[in-house]
Design a binder for this molecule. Structure first.
Ligand code: ADP
Length: 449
């Protein structure tokens, strides 16, 4: 940019000087022509008609007029005498512009290159009373000659002017670029850029805007990076948990199968271990369906419909009632009409998981209350009088594969995916899920639709 400005300055300076010189030259040349015209008119007053048109008088008059050329011309245009060139005597000059004009209108003036003296000349011709003509002419400097004469001065002028202009432009460039450079340096260091120059304020504003946009983008990228890292970590944890959960029944199956394979067991033992293999295989297949089911939640694109929650609750309680009865757990339910925009599958999973857990983690002879409230703020509450959850474990029960007591869960066949699925469905649906629990007293889950 600096180099460009300097080049432009240089070109403008040289061009303007050349134009000015040419203009001055033209003005000066025109003025010279005008002045010469006036001189010639004055010189004409020196002509004394009593002296006649002799060659001698032409020479004398020329000397008197500082060497100006004097030509006497007869009324028919024939040259009678000429102070500078006698060879033109008796030739016609009627074709000369000034002679022609003087013959027609009394006087004539012309500037042209003279073949006789081979230079620009100004001619002034005056018609006398008897029709004869007197012409006085003076040498003129041509405009080109004038230009050539002033050329050395012009060149010096160009040199000095260019030097001054360049120095001035460099100073200007320095002073203009200095605050800009300062601003870019500030931009690297400070969060906000300020300038004392109002002309640079829009640039500072733009830079500030860009800076805040970039900062925002970086923040977003960092956030996204964190999310990706979290997702990766959660994926790793998920895979580790799945592997662990699968490994336990597989190890058992392998152990029992090896024992049977040795052929040293009694029939009773073989029957017992075969049952165990079947139990562990069921657990494994149960785990696989749980994982597949859980994975489906993300890709589930079933169309929404109006789901009758009251019917889903009643059906779930009815189907789980036999399991509860086995441990003498009483389920009481109060329901109201509630309809939500969802899928029957999702609502069944939420209700089913909560009631199943309330049975699983209850005490024998315990109780469960299921309450479905309608109205403007519909909600489902599932309370049990079970073992409860400690405040330390409570925040983690919605994590995938989290189970409070593994030995207890081995007995209950839990994988820690039920509540994670409930949480995920509630999040997707925009339902609020909350839990309160007191160890050994019971737990209450509330879903606000
Ligand atoms: P699972 O029951 O298959 O282990 P969940 O995700 O349904 O998995 O539950 C996670 C953990 O939360 C359970 O292992 C259990 O310890 C605890 N939990 C869930 N519901 C209850 C409840 N009603 N009472 C006490 N503990 C519960």
């Amino acid at each position: 940019m600096k180099r460009r400005i300097l080049w432009i300055t240089f070109a403008i300076t040289v061009l303007s000087i050349v134009v000015i010189v040419l203009l001055c030259n033209t003005v000066y040349y025109n003025k010279t022509v005008n002045d010469t015209h006036k001189y010639l008119e004055t010189y004409m007053n020196y002509y004394d008609k009593s002296q006649g048109f002799s060659q001698q008088y032409a020479t004398e008059l020329s000397q008197k007029l500082n060497g100006a050329r004097v030509t006497f011309i007869a009324s028919d245009g024939m040259v009678v005498a000429d102070s500078h060139n006698t060879s033109i005597v008796d030739t016609t000059h009627i074709d000369r512009q000034e002679v022609y004009d003087a013959m027609k209108s009394g006087e004539g003036f012309a500037v042209r290159k003279s073949d006789t003296v081979n230079a620009d000349m100004a001619y002034y011709c005056l018609r006398q009373q008897d029709g004869s003509l007197v012409r006085i002419s003076l040498l003129l400097d041509s405009s080109f000659n004038m230009f050539v004469q002033v050329l050395p001065v012009t060149l010096w002028f160009i040199l000095v002017d260019v030097a001054i202009s360049l120095a001035f432009s460099m100073l200007m460039v320095y002073y203009v670029l200095k605050p800009v450079r300062q601003m870019t340096e500030d931009a690297m260091i400070y969060p906000q850029i300020d300038t004392v120059y109002p002309e640079l304020q829009p640039m500072a504003d733009m830079m500030n805007k860009m800076k805040s946009e970039i900062a925002l983008q970086i923040e977003q990228l960092n956030g996204e990076k964190e999310l990706v890292e979290k997702a990766q970590q959660s994926k790793d944890e998920f895979i580790a948990n799945v592997t662990h959960e699968m490994n336990t029944p597989l190890t058992s199956i392998k152990g029992y199968a090896e024992l049977i394979g040795q052929g040293k067991l009694s029939d009773e033992q073989v029957n017992k271990f075969t049952r165990q293999i079947i139990v562990q295989s069921d657990r494994l297949s149960n785990l696989i369906s749980c994982i597949i089911n859980f994975g489906k939640l993300d890709t589930d694109d079933q169309p929404y419909e109006k789901v009758n929650v009251e019917k889903v609750v009643k059906d779930s309680v009815a189907s789980l009632q036999p399991v509860a009865s086995q441990r003498n757990i009483a389920i009481s339910q109060t329901t109201e009409q509630v309809t939500v925009e969802s899928t029957v599958d999702r609502v069944s999973q939420v209700v089913g998981n909560l009631i199943t857990n309330a049975i699983k983690y209850n005490k024998d002879n315990g109780s469960i209350t299921v309450c479905l409230k309608g109205g403007t703020n519909p909600s489902l509450t599932v309370s049990d009088s079970g073992i409860g959850i400690s405040s330390e474990n409570l925040p983690r029960i919605f994590d995938r594969f989290f189970t409070v007591d593994r030995s207890h869960n081995a007995q209950n066949h839990g994988f820690g995916l039920g509540l994670a699925a409930v949480k995920r469905i509630c999040n997707k649906q925009g339902w609020k899920l909350s839990v309160t629990s007191t160890p050994d007293v019971g737990t209450t889950f509330v879903v606000e639709f």
